[in-house]
Design a protein. Structure first.
Length: 539
């Protein structure tokens, strides 16, 4: 047995040596592969380190000629390559569809079209003679020919077109906004006999401004909604953040304080819940007579002098010729403690100056500073139901109540005296599934301000003659806005209804004339809105 063991043991050792050699060869091959991988990784690291900027670790993986923020501008003209045509929509309706909402790209600017195609029908119980916009302060009295007629009118004038432009550079947000409609007036819209056949409604500018913001600061220049117009939130100039009612009537609601006025604006946002804004806006020396409001009675000698009413002073007939002394100064503080509440306090200072053509010596000047203050609030009382109350008190600021009140009267000696006026729009808006319901009460009160002329007659405003100088204007409105269909790719279709009862009361009426003028009116509106939405920030 001892002689047999070495033989069998010798054979086993020989086979084991062969296996060890194979394992050693396999390990050596794997080691070579590891070394090759390490070498390749080192080479890649050297290439990456060479491409990355030395002073910007965040730009480590940028390509050699990729422009950074602030370096996209160039003085050399560049013709970009034409974009590839959009593919046909896939059968699934998802994968290959073009992006929505609709936006265009021009360099580093995103352009979003805004606007809608609008068909409006208005029917009134009397012939107000003002088209689809209601001149609240001049509706006819019941004993007139116009009051014996009714009117029903169809129009596309309220259709709008415009665009929003978004870009950014060096940490600044830049937002441009343009909006126009077809409510421009040339003579008797749409210019007399043209209404018989072609109805070529004049194109007009509504909004055109640029807004630049960085960190907490915001600056705006251009024609915007006046800062005195109530906001729904914050101090934003965007139409969706402004309260001008849900009315179909293109003159909105009696008592609404508003304007679309050229100016400059600066705003500071303390936080998302508090902001302050200050603006300088175009002024206009106004004594009534525009937008249906009643004009003052001027002293006889001054009224007879050429170049005064309608030229130096706007009495509803001025075409940017009245001598504005300085821009109106408007300030606003807005608080948004939550999404359910908005509170704002605003004030305006207005300065006017008048040159008396019949003074001795001639052209003696008189100045007067007036203004007003507004307190506007809205609260979500419960889900989908929001209460609004916008209130304005003024001493010489009636022009902002849609021109329903004069800012001042002129006395016989050429001095100016301010007219007190006030207004409110109070009501609610409620969302019920696809329908928005709303109701508002709008009211205007204009105080009288009279003086004795050199001929012994009264001049100024109120209780002078049965000429329609208004003491109060009131309007009650109910309406609905139903979204019939909506999609970010093609827009929205809405059906709207509005009913209003309007009444105005003059300061003076005789026993044979009515004590007030009133009408009922209804609106129906079908609107297609373009697919457009604010573009995302560019940085």
């Amino acid at each position: 047995m001892l002689g047999a063991d070495p033989a069998s043991g010798g054979a086993s050792n020989k086979g084991g040596g062969s296996d060890v050699q194979e394992l050693r060869a396999l390990l050596a091959a794997q080691q070579r592969q590891i070394e090759q991988l390490r070498t390749a990784l080192d080479e890649q690291k050297k290439v990456i380190d060479k491409l990355a900027p030395a002073d910007d670790s965040n730009a480590r993986f940028s390509l050699p000629n990729t422009p950074k923020l602030g370096e996209v501008a160039t003085t050399s003209p560049v013709l970009p390559a034409a974009p590839a045509p959009l593919p046909a929509p896939a059968a699934s309706g998802k994968a290959d569809e073009p992006p929505a909402p609709l936006q265009l790209k021009l360099g580093n600017v995103s352009i979003s079209p805004v606007g809608f195609m609008d068909m409006t029908v208005v029917s009134r119980s009397i012939n107000a003679g003002s088209g689809i916009g209601t001149n609240f302060g001049s509706i006819p009295y019941g004993n007139t020919q116009a009051a014996s007629l009714t009117e029903t009118r169809l129009s596309i004038q309220n259709s709008r077109i415009g665009a929003r432009f978004d870009t950014g550079f060096h940490g600044f947000n830049v937002l441009g906004y343009w909006e126009s409609d077809f409510l421009g007036q040339v003579g008797n819209p749409p210019n007399g006999g043209l209404a018989v056949s072609s109805n070529p409604y004049p194109f007009r500018l509504r909004l055109y401004w640029v807004d630049v913001s960085k960190n907490n600061w915001e600056f705006l220049a251009g024609q915007s909604w006046s800062l005195l117009t109530p906001n729904r939130k914050g101090v934003s100039p965007l139409p969706g953040d402004i309260f001008y009612s849900q009315d179909i009537d293109v003159n909105y609601q009696a008592g609404l304080v508003w304007g679309r006025i050229p100016g400059f604006r600066a705003a500071y946002h303390f936080s998302d819940k508090a902001a302050f804004a200050l603006s300088l806006e175009n002024s206009e020396p106004y004594v009534g007579g525009g937008n249906g409001g009643s004009a003052i009675v001027a002293p006889a000698a001054i009224a007879a002098a050429s170049g005064v009413l309608g030229s130096q002073i706007n009495n509803g007939g001025s075409v940017i010729t009245a001598a504005a002394l300085m821009p109106d100064v408007i300030a606003k503080v807005a608080l948004d403690p939550s999404k359910k509440a908005h509170i704002e306090l605003a004030g305006v200072m207005i300065a006017n100056k008048f040159s008396n053509p019949v003074s001795t010596p001639p052209f003696q000047t008189n100045s007067k500073v007036g203004g007003g203050v507004a307190l506007n609030v809205n609260f979500e009382l419960f889900k989908g139901f929001r209460f609004f109350s916008n209130n304005f008190w003024s001493d010489g600021g009636g022009r902002y109540i849609f021109g329903q009140a004069p800012d001042f009267v002129i006395r016989a000696d050429g001095s100016l005296s301010l007219v007190h006026s006030m207004s409110t729009v109070t009501g609610f808006e409620a969302q019920a599934r696809k329908t928005l319901l709303y109701a508002y009460y709008g009211g205007v009160y204009i105080d009288h301000n009279t003086a004795v002329d050199t001929n012994g007659k009264l001049v100024g405003y109120g209780a002078l003659s049965n000429d329609g100088q208004n003491r109060s204007i009131q309007e009650i409105t109910f309406g609905t806005n139903t979204t019939l269909a909506k999609d970010p790719k093609w827009g929205a279709l809405n059906l709207m209804f509005q009913y209003s009862y309007l009444q105005r009361n003059p300061w003076l009426f005789t026993g044979t004339s009515p004590s007030n003028a009133h009408l009922s009116m209804g609106f129906v509106n079908l609107r297609y809105s373009l697919p457009g939405a604010p573009a995302p920030k560019m940085y």
